[in-house]
Design a protein around this ligand. Structure first.
Ligand code: HEM
Length: 403
């Protein structure tokens, strides 16, 4: 599809070296160009304004999940994330919806506290004894992985293998952006991890049919909709997607939290002294440093957006990171301020596909941040943070922490 004469064009390259270190100046340039801006390099219509981004994400009748084939390929089957037909999507999502409700997650708080203490306490001991350690490799990744492994009912003897599969899957995007042989090897390792995890889940699914359980795998296996409306491949892929969707993302939110608070020591001290600010801080970090920076949507039926007529075949690129700093919605949106009045942001998406795990992610980061402030109220980031090349799921590749 060609850009119309009246639509502004900004040919931003989101894969250029260094872009992901600080994408916000380019996002501001796109915003300044107009409410909907064409990118000839990507053949996409970029959207930065908060109301327009939420309109696109909230209208699954006109905008379908983008890159669906790639998602299906990545997980080895269809999952709720790639189904846009509301009835089938909601039936699949409904199997686990209650487990992820905020009130019901309170029953998981003890599990989260145990996992956080097991991972965080030895890490803090090492920092206190003078070491400088990468918190991404040695702390943040393991927490969501171990929590979801427990919720799925994975045997504790498999946790190390389970984490290794999840980590290898998580580096696939970075691998795909690296044209060297190493990049290709990373992609292949990610694919191997997905198929090994799928094979393991397949065994677990069979086992749950023989011995019913009330963990998440057992719940899906026993659900009437899974028995009549889902193929075996979909059941397996759905569990694998659940593993993947929450791990990399929640770990990145923790890493962004460390970097944001280290860069704003006055706010970190205010937070350490007043823990009622913990949840607002997590939301502010997520708004200010959005992880899912964009989610492509394919136009599925003729639609008008900001005066522009879009036809099936066009691809829209809602830029959540830009929308989360929209000056029409937030005063001085480029500033980090944990005392901001709370307002919903788009870091967990919006509409049909909005994140099912958002309350779990919030619980994990809350428990982790509270304990971190108890044990290590003063910390600093010892080296420049490298954000790697992954703009779609943006977060620090490493955070070297010192006490
Ligand atoms: C900070 C952490 C997280 C972030 C930033 C995040 C972000 C997102 C976003 C932006 C979407 C919408 C995707 C779209 O519109 O296509 C989404 C969907 C989803 N997320 Fe999360 N997520 C996080 C944590 C989790 C956790 C902990 C889980 C589960 C354990 C999870 C499971 C899912 C699933 C299954 C979907 C698909 C929902 C659907 O299609 O109905 N996420 N997430």
């Amino acid at each position: 599809m060609k850009s119309s004469d009246t639509t502004p064009v900004v040919n931003a390259s989101f894969h250029e070296d260094g872009f992901n270190q600080d994408p916000y100046p380019v996002l501001e340039e796109i915003r300044r160009a107009g409410p909907i801006v064409y990118n000839e390099l990507l053949d996409r219509w970029m959207v930065t304004a908060y109301p327009l981004v939420s309109r696109v994400l909230g209208d699954s009748g006109h905008y379908a999940q983008g890159a669906s084939d790639a998602f299906v390929d990545f997980f080895g089957g269809t999952t709720m994330e790639t189904i846009d037909e509301p009835e089938r999507h909601n039936a699949m999502r409904g199997i686990w919806a209650e487990d992820f409700q905020r009130g019901n997650l309170e029953s998981r708080r003890e599990l989260v506290e145990r996992v956080v203490a097991d991972q965080l306490d030895p890490f803090v001991d090492r920092i206190r004894s003078g070491e400088t350690i990468d918190a991404v490799a040695e702390l943040t990744r393991s927490i969501p992985t171990l929590v979801i492994a427990n919720m799925l009912g994975i045997d504790a003897t498999m946790f190390a293998q389970f984490s290794a599969w999840s980590d290898a899957m998580g580096t696939t995007t970075e691998g795909a952006l690296d044209p060297s042989e190493k990049g290709m090897e990373t992609v292949m390792a990610g694919r191997r991890a997905t198929s090994e995890l799928n094979a393991y889940i397949a065994e677990q699914v069979k086992d749950r049919r023989r011995n019913p359980t009330d963990d998440l795998i057992g719940k899906m296996v026993a659900a009437p909709f899974a028995q009549t409306g889902m193929s075996e491949v979909e059941i397996i892929a759905s569990n694998t997607q659940l593993v993947f969707a929450g791990n990399e993302t929640t770990a990145k939110l923790m890493a962004h939290t460390l970097v944001s608070l280290a860069a704003h020591p006055d706010q970190r001290r205010m937070l350490a002294a007043d823990r009622s600010l913990v949840l607002p801080t997590i939301e502010e970090v997520h708004r200010w440093q959005t992880i899912t920076q964009f989610i492509d949507r394919d136009v599925r039926a003729e639609v008008e957006l900001a005066g522009l007529r879009l036809s099936p075949g066009a691809v829209v690129m809602p830029l959540q990171g830009a929308a989360n700093r929209d000056p029409q919605r937030w005063d001085n949106g480029s500033a980090f301020d944990i005392t901001r009045p709370p307002r919903q942001h788009l870091g967990f998406g919006f509409g049909l596909h909005s994140c099912i795990g958002l309350n779990l992610a919030r619980l994990e980061v809350q428990v982790w941040l509270d304990r971190l402030l108890d044990l290590l109220p003063e910390f600093e980031v010892a080296r420049e943070v490298d954000y790697g090349p992954n703009f779609q799921l943006r977060g620090p590749a490493a955070v070297y922490l010192a006490g």
